[in-house]
Design a protein around this ligand. Structure first.
Ligand SMILES: [Zn+2]
Ligand SMILES: [Zn+2]
Length: 389
């Protein structure tokens, strides 16, 4: 993973301008535009977007105008239909993982109607619905990119917001009326999938779909999903549709009802040993969308030999306390996973369309973005919040 990827993963994308100038060969005009580029207000030409921007740490989002990046042969313009709110949006608004490069328009679960395509764009046409997740570009040259694993590009990832295009323009996310970006990271939405259902799959959905597929979940698997929330509610639906037995784990009894509605075979209250013990040594996989009690001994007891613990959650503190003997003697694998490659996103959308995987979403008008963010901060969505234009 490059310094860029690590920094941006940690929300430190605002450090990028200095790093870009020192290590990446950008055209000369691009570096100077990094310094000159600023948001404008009150512009009336159609080369601007109107987005809900955050101007300071934890501040309210204020509707403002920003320039769209240049339109090229590989570009796509979208009129945004809706955009999901993800935990990362709130973290960046709050500079939670490091200083954010304000003003910032967040939003990276974007579904829109295509209004214009560059001449190299073949997979989308004007009038189609298209989706964009949290990544908008990659280097296209490193071994990961050549292997179609652009999500773990080793050199240059462009994030959908709080980042810069290769030409030095800032990227702006989906809490807006328009999005413009490159064809490789815009995906056709299957007709069977509503825009709201599709939006949260573009980040929250694919983040759980990709590792289940990568680590071979299918008939004969038994999957524990830790955390029945925004990610977990996708995790249980994917695993079930892939043919696995699924048990959800969370902290409150009220979620048992939702677990059942989502198709889970059982629901376990974490720390309730009576409910937990019958499942010891039975799971082929644990999908940790929330590392609930950080009790590795307990997780290792849950896994069968050769079982795989998949880390989706990114807690702000390091994970520690692994008993190496237990891990070695059961041949346990601990696997990281990071969003999804474009091919994973396409597959997750069509898999959802075909298998009835849906987003449980609370919808808000885009103009109520500040209320919606508060709702997310309070952990109230069941299970995602989606802003609709
Ligand atoms: Zn996200
Ligand atoms: Zn790459």
């Amino acid at each position: 993973m490059s310094v860029f990827t690590k920094l941006t993963l940690l929300g430190l994308a605002s450090l990028r301008p200095q790093i870009v100038r020192s290590t990446i060969k950008l055209p000369r005009f691009a570096t100077s535009s990094l310094l000159r580029r600023n948001y404008s207000t009150g512009s009336t030409d159609n080369e601007t977007l109107s987005g809900w921007a955050c101007f300071e740490k934890g501040g309210p989002l204020i509707k403002s105008e920003f320039p769209l990046t240049n339109f090229g042969d590989d570009s796509i313009d979208l009129d945004i239909i809706c955009c999901g709110i993800c935990g990362t949006d709130v973290h960046c608004i709050d500079s939670g993982w490091g200083p954010t490069n304000y003003p910032m328009v967040a939003g990276h679960e974007i579904v829109g109607r295509v209004t214009r395509v560059g001449k190299n764009v073949k997979h989308l046409k004007v009038g189609d619905r298209a989706g964009v997740g949290c990544q908008c570009g990659s280097c296209k040259k490193c071994t990961s990119c050549l292997d179609k694993k652009e999500n773990i590009c080793e050199d240059r990832v462009v994030w959908t917001f709080n980042d810069y295009w290769d030409n030095g323009d800032k990227t702006y996310g989906g809490f807006a009326d328009k999005w413009r970006g490159e064809k490789e990271f815009a995906f056709k939405i299957p007709d069977k999938l509503s825009s709201v259902d599709a939006s949260s799959i573009l980040c929250g959905g694919v983040t759980t779909f990709a590792p289940l597929k990568r680590y071979g979940v299918g008939a004969g698997s038994k999957v524990a999903v830790l955390g029945l929330g925004g990610l977990g509610h996708f995790g249980v639906q994917w695993a079930k549709a892939m043919g696995a037995k699924v048990v959800a784990y969370d902290m409150v009894p009220e979620k048992a009802k939702d677990a059942k509605l989502l198709g889970c075979d059982d629901y376990v209250l974490v720390n309730n040993s009576k409910e937990a013990e019958p499942h010891y040594n039975s799971f082929t996989h644990i999908l940790a969308t929330k590392i609930l009690n950080k009790n590795w001994d307990e997780y290792f007891k849950m896994l069968k030999k050769n079982g795989t613990f998949i880390v989706c959650d990114i807690p702000e503190v390091p994970l520690s306390g692994i008993n190496a003997l237990e891990m070695a003697s059961k041949q346990i694998n601990i696997a990281g996973t990071f969003i999804g490659a474009p091919s994973d996103i396409e597959e997750s959308l069509s898999f959802a369309a075909e298998n009835g995987v849906r987003t449980w979403a609370n919808e808000f008008p885009m103009s109520k973005v500040n209320e919606a963010i508060e709702y997310v901060r309070e952990g109230r969505p069941k299970f995602r919040a989606v802003l609709v234009n």
